[in-house]
Ligand binder design. Sequence first.
Ligand SMILES: [Zn+2]
Length: 218
Amino acid sequence: MDLVPLYFRSVISIADVVGNNRCVVCGAAGDVFCQSHFLFFQENTDFSSDKHWWFWYYSSKAREIILDIKKHKQFRVAYRLGQYMGLYLKNTEASQYFQHITYVPHHSKEFKQTMFSMPFLIAMGISDIMEKPIIHLFVKTKTHSQHILSADKRRNNLKNVYNINRKVPKVGGPVLIVDDIVTTGSTLKSLKNLAVGYGIKKLYTITLARTPKWSDVI
Ligand SMILES: [Zn+2]
């Protein structure tokens, strides 16, 4: 696991130098967002500080962008989006809320196949901007196919899918859990329960996007 951040950082640096960097919305050469589409990012931001923060509704353009990042393993874009989220958080009182950042992990087998993790890349971006460390708090111990299951089945299916990574030194302070898309919220909810059981008293969650059907189960 220790080599993963290093690997991600190398790929991002290479993409910064030799990448064909374009606005994810209109394709104009430059950064992840051109000036006018940075407004698109901001205007489509829904932000609530009580329990859960998210940015986009997972529909139309946002959906297209996220699918493209995953399909083409756009390390730099995922990381830069995390940085934008970090900048956003930094401008709110949110920065006081948490001390550590963690992410929804892939199963090691899944990760070895793709060598890509959008939640981790977003977490890296947030961490760099907010200057709060990432901890590898969770491990995924089972592979499963979430998206084909109904909400009830998803909840059952999640039992024992994730666990606390016991190799990580115990932290007591508030932790921010990062994911790319929240659908039913059942994954985040199960991770929160694990962390609370481990003695972490306060948890916040943030996702790049939420599906329109998402209900307040967190
Ligand atoms: Zn643009």
